[in-house]
Write a protein that binds this ligand. Structure first.
Ligand code: UFG
Length: 356
């Protein structure tokens, strides 16, 4: 979809969690599409370097508020300084599945509270257009693959997943109450990779939980070897299958969603859901082989036990996003892994090498 005709007017978009992994890539795409992103981030899970990285790509440092979006007084301050915010992209949330199992209070408190404050902020300031950062985890263990938006939300595998389900129900209830909001909930599959410029990318704190940063850190010699969590699933090669999507493609989906919201003339409150994936699943072993191909390195790995809470196989039916948003993933798996690998190799030079 052609990014909005109005983009020459530099519409201001508030991006909570805009210094995070997906947030920062979305800020870049917003700026490239002619929007003016305004970041709110408490930097609890992001590095201040990200702002420099963004600046290197877009040519200026985006307006950034170092604050927690759960604090309405702080948000009011932003509204005072910018009375022309036209849309909100709400990323700010905790996202570690394993941690959420151990610390449910932390997850419920942060992820649900932030939905409430940003919504109050939007209602108070007449901001109708909201993109909510959701996840394919809302489907739980799907009955049918590829999973489409029509699939029922089954029991979530973790408190994190539940907070995303509740987030969607929360917005749905606000719509039913006729609050003047137009919401698009994007259900992300597995984001990987980095901006092709290698100026920004994923910066996991401590030992990575996710597959691709663990692989790139192992490739870089920071980790001894990768453990494949289980090879006895009923999948083609016994390892779990996921729909890995390049983070810049994912970022582009936000531009498409915002463009749809901002050009919608109707004043009727509504919420829509979209799967944001490629439609193609890859097993853990296929990802290892693809990484070996793009990096020219052999990746030391062992097969270990299953990880609790892992769904054996999930991949998207992304056809609704193509039909209604004009969006589809452009990068293939090798490009995504190659960008992740290039980024990993840049970290020492940027003094960002993370260990732990
Ligand atoms: N895996 C390994 N070894 C590792 C890390 C991961 O074998 O060291 C495997 C996992 O078992 C899984 C696959 O790689 O089969 C992908 O795992 P990730 O942790 O990278 O991703 P998940 O699919 O578990 O989780 C991601 C996001 C969540 C989101 C979820 C939705 O991290 O935020 O997708 O399915 F909720």
């Amino acid at each position: 979809m052609e990014p909005l005709k109005v983009h020459k007017q530099k519409l201001k978009i508030l991006v909570t969690g805009g210094a995070g992994y997906i947030g920062s890539h979305t800020v870049v795409e917003l700026a490239k599409a002619g929007f003016e992103p305004v970041i709110v981030d408490d930097f609890s899970n992001s590095h201040p370097y990200v702002l420099q990285g963004i600046e290197k790509i877009i040519g200026y440092e985006p307006i950034t508020y170092h604050m927690n979006c759960r604090n309405l007084d702080d948000l009011d301050q932003i509204a005072k300084e910018h009375d022309d915010i036209k849309g909100l992209v709400h990323f700010a949330a905790y996202k570690l599945v394993g941690e959420s199992v151990k610390e449910p209070i932390k997850y419920y408190e942060n992820n649900l509270d932030s939905n409430i404050s940003v919504t109050k902020f939007c209602l108070k300031n007449g901001i109708r257009s909201v993109v909510f950062s959701s996840s394919c985890t809302v489907y739980g263990l799907p009955d049918k693959l590829p999973v489409s938006e029509a699939a029922p939300l089954k029991e979530a595998e973790s408190p994190y997943g539940r907070t995303k389900q509740i987030g969607e129900y929360f917005f749905e209830d606000c719509i039913k109450a006729l609050h003047p909001l137009n919401v698009i909930s994007l259900r992300y599959f597995n984001p990987i990779g980095a901006d092709p410029s290698s100026e920004i990318g994923e910066l996991p704190i401590g030992i990575p939980n996710n597959l691709v940063p663990y692989i790139t850190q192992t490739g870089a010699g920071l980790r001894e070897l990768l453990t494949v969590f289980g090879d006895d699933y009923s999948t083609p090669d016994g390892t779990c299958v996921r729909d890995y999507i390049h983070v810049s493609d994912l970022a582009q989906a936000h531009i498409a969603a915002l463009s749809k919201l901002l050009s919608d003339q109707s004043t009727e409150p509504k919420i829509e859901y979209f799967n944001i994936g490629t439609g193609r699943g890859y097993s853990v072993l296929e990802i290892i082989r693809a990484f070996e191909k793009v990096s020219g390195k052999s990746l030391p790995h062992v097969i270990g036990p299953r990880r609790k809470g892992d769904v054996p196989m999930i991949y998207a039916d992304p056809s609704k996003a193509l039909k209604d948003l004009g969006w589809r993933a452009e990068y293939n798996i090798e490009e995504a892994l190659s960008h992740a690998w290039k980024w990993e190799q840049r970290l020492p030079e940027l003094n960002l090498k993370q260990t732990g």
